[in-house]
Write a protein that binds this ligand. Structure first.
Ligand SMILES: [Fe+2]
Ligand SMILES: [Fe+2]
Length: 156
């Protein structure tokens, strides 16, 4: 079917996803990897991949919520609500996959791949900037290109 060709088959991390707070960026890279693993998982591996994603998501979201609390981030409600909705979806899909509906896991992975960039841009990025301002005294400097060591401008 034509629709199938448009469906997300992989989800790859790229530097455009960096937000400038290194612990959050590391968690996000892992999240993207876990989604990709679930997207590609052969049928016998789907349940394990889904469980690994669930463990990751709980830690990922609880880390961010702890950072919000520690730094008195002012606008938490929307962000926490999105996290909670994702965890609820994962739990629901886990039950359906355990009942034999493996395709639900792939649909979830595609939905998360669609959801994550917007969540990162609109909710995680302001948190990253807030933490950097609070902890480092400035907005994050995001270096998205690797500059060769031989670059004459850098080494001047
Ligand atoms: Fe996040
Ligand atoms: Fe988040």
């Amino acid at each position: 079917m034509a629709m199938a060709a448009l469906e997300t088959k992989t989800f790859a991390w790229h530097d455009g996803m960096l937000l400038g707070y290194a612990p959050m960026d590391a968690v996000h890279e892992e999240f993207v990897l876990q989604i990709d693993v679930l997207l590609r998982a052969p049928a016998p591996a789907i349940l394990d991949a889904l469980d690994a994603l669930a463990v990751h998501a709980r830690e990922h979201f609880s880390d961010e919520e702890a950072w919000m609390a520690e730094t008195d981030f002012p606008a938490r409600a929307c962000h926490v609500a999105e996290h909670a909705a994702v965890l609820t979806s994962i739990e629901g899909v886990r039950r359906r996959v355990a009942a034999g509906e493996a395709e639900a896991a792939r649909r979830l992975a595609r939905a998360l791949a669609d959801w994550f960039p917007g969540h990162a841009d609109y909710l995680d990025a302001p948190l990253a900037q807030w933490i950097c301002k609070r902890r480092l005294g400035g907005t994050p400097v995001v270096v998205r290109r690797r500059i060769p060591a031989s670059d004459p401008v850098v080494n001047a």
